[in-house]
Design a protein around this ligand. Structure first.
Ligand code: SF4
Ligand code: SF4
Length: 401
C-alpha cells in the first residue's frame, strides 16, 4: 500500500480509501458478516482511511463501520463521516447530528469530518446558521480532529468555500471524464495550492469507467497502449497520477474488486503514467463523452421518487446501451433492475415519472431528470414492453428455482 501525506496534519493516509456507501447486501440489508470481513481485510492490507456518511445505506453504514472497527481496528484507521448539510436547520442541529454520529460509530472522535455535499447556496445557508463556529467548537472539544467538505457545485463556488474556512481537506468528484466538471482540475490544483488534502470520490464515474468491457470504440484506444491494463486500472491510475490527490475512495463490496484495487494501490505512484499514456486516457475520455448520454453517477441523492421511479437504474441502463451498443442486453438489464424482480420490490420504470420535479433540486449533477427519463421511455420501453417485462420476469423466476 502506498501512502500520501495530508499536508496540514502530516497524517500518512493510504492512497486507497474504503468507501462504505456500497457495502455488500443480502435480502435488502447490509450483509454484516461479509461487510465487516471485507473492511477488516482491507485494513489488514494497509487501508487506513474509511469513509462513511449519515445517509449511506439508509443510516446503517455508520453503525456497521462502528462494528467493523471493534476489536482494535479503530486505533489503526482514520474515520471520515459527514454532517448531512441538507438536514441542518439550526446551529443546535449540527451538534445533534455530530453527537448522534459519534454514538452510531461507537467512537469519541471523528478523524476527518466533512460537511456533506456542499454547493454555493448550501454553504451560504450553513454559514448563516453558524457552521464555522460549530466546526471550531467541535475541534476544540475533540469531537472532530480535521474539518473538510465534500462538493458538488460550480468551480467558482468551490474556490469561495475553500477560502471561507481553514479546512484541512476537501472531497471532490474527479475522474478522466470530469476534468472540467464541478471542482475539476482547476479546483483540485486550487485546493492543493492552499495545502488542503484532497480526497477523490467517483473515480469511476458511477462505476461506468470500471466496467470490465469498455465500449468497442474505447477498447480500440486502450488496445494501442504498450502496457495492457483493464479499464478500471486506467481510470484509477489516472486519478492517482495527480500528486495533488491524497486519497481515492472506492465503494467496495466484491472480494475480487477489493483485491484488484489493493494491488493497484501498491503501485500507483504520482506521475507514473507516461506522456503517451496520458494522451491515450484523454482520447478515451473524449470517446466516452461522445457515447454517454447522461452524466449520472448513481449516487441516488434523487431518491426516493414519490412515483417509485428507480432513477439511477434507469440512467445506468440508458448509458450502458449507448456506451456498449447492445440494446437487447441494456433492455434486459433495465427490465431486470427497474421491474423490482431482482430486488423483490415494486417496479420503478421511467414511464412512471409524472414530471413533478421533486428530484431536480437533489441531483448534484444537475441532470434534467424528467426530460431524460422521457428519452429512456422512448428508447427502452416500446409497444411490446409489457410482454418483454413478463418474459424477463419468467426468466428470473425460472433462474431462481
Ligand atoms: S420528476 Fe419524475 S422522477 Fe423526479 S421525483 Fe417526480 S416523478 Fe420522480
Ligand atoms: S440522477 Fe442525479 S441524484 Fe440521481 S443518481 Fe443520478 S447523479 Fe445521483
Amino acid at each position: 500500500m502506498l501512502y500520501r501525506k495530508m499536508p496540514k496534519t502530516g497524517d500518512e493516509l493510504s492512497i486507497l480509501g474504503y468507501g462504505c456507501m456500497r457495502l455488500p447486501m443480502v435480502e435488502g440489508k447490509i450483509d454484516e458478516a461479509r461487510a465487516i470481513a471485507q473492511i477488516r481485510g482491507a485494513v489488514d492490507k494497509g487501508v487506513n482511511y474509511l469513509d462513511t456518511a449519515w445517509p449511506y445505506h439508509g443510516g446503517e453504514s455508520e453503525p456497521l463501520l462502528g462494528k467493523a472497527l471493534r476489536d482494535g481496528y479503530r486505533q489503526r484507521v482514520k474515520v471520515a463521516t459527514k454532517l448531512p448539510s441538507w438536514l441542518i436547520a439550526s446551529r443546535a442541529d449540527m451538534d445533534r447530528y455530530l453527537n448522534a454520529q459519534l454514538g452510531k460509530l461507537g467512537t469519541d472522535h471523528i478523524d476527518y469530518y466533512l460537511v456533506h455535499s456542499l454547493e454555493g447556496s448550501s454553504w451560504d445557508k450553513l454559514e448563516g446558521l453558524g457552521i464555522r463556529g460549530f466546526l471550531d467548537q467541535a475541534k476544540a472539544d475533540g469531537r472532530i480532529v480535521n474539518a473538510g467538505f465534500s462538493f458538488h457545485g460550480l468551480a467558482a463556488d468551490f474556490k469561495r468555500i475553500v477560502d471561507a474556512y481553514p479546512w484541512e481537506f476537501c472531497q471532490i468528484q474527479y475522474n478522466f471524464l470530469d476534468q472540467q466538471f464541478q471542482a475539476g482540475t482547476q479546483g483540485l490544483k486550487y485546493a492543493a495550492a492552499k495545502d488542503l488534502g484532497v480526497v477523490i470520490m467517483e473515480p469511476l464515474r458511477g462505476g461506468n469507467l470500471g466496467l470490465p468491457t469498455a465500449p468497442p470504440a474505447v477498447t480500440d484506444i486502450w488496445d494501442e497502449a504498450e502496457a495492457k491494463r483493464p479499464p478500471v486500472e486506467w481510470a484509477l491510475r489516472w486519478v492517482w497520477n495527480h500528486p495533488e490527490v491524497t486519497v481515492v475512495l472506492s465503494g467496495m463490496n466484491n472480494d475480487a474488486h477489493i483485491a484488484q484495487n489493493l494491488a493497484m494501490a501498491d503501485q500507483a505512484l504520482a506521475g507514473s503514467l507516461t506522456g503517451p499514456e496520458l494522451d491515450l486516457v484523454d482520447r478515451a475520455g473524449r470517446k466516452y463523452q461522445e457515447l454517454m448520454q447522461v452524466g449520472c453517477t448513481g449516487c441516488a441523492y434523487c431518491m426516493p421518487c414519490p412515483m417509485g421511479v428507480k432513477i439511477p437504474n434507469c440512467f445506468d441502463s440508458f448509458n450502458r446501451m449507448h456506451m456498449l451498443g447492445n440494446k437487447e442486453e441494456a433492455k434486459f438489464m433495465y427490465i431486470a433492475f427497474a421491474s423490482g424482480v431482482t430486488s423483490h420490490d415494486q417496479p420503478g420504470f421511467a414511464s412512471q415519472c409524472v414530471a413533478c420535479g421533486e428530484c431536480l433540486e437533489k441531483c448534484p449533477q444537475h441532470i434534467a431528470i424528467p426530460e431524460v427519463l422521457e428519452r429512456v421511455v422512448a428508447e427502452l420501453e416500446g409497444p411490446n414492453f409489457q410482454a418483454e417485462v413478463a418474459a424477463a420476469k419468467q426468466h428470473f423466476e425460472t433462474g431462481l428455482n
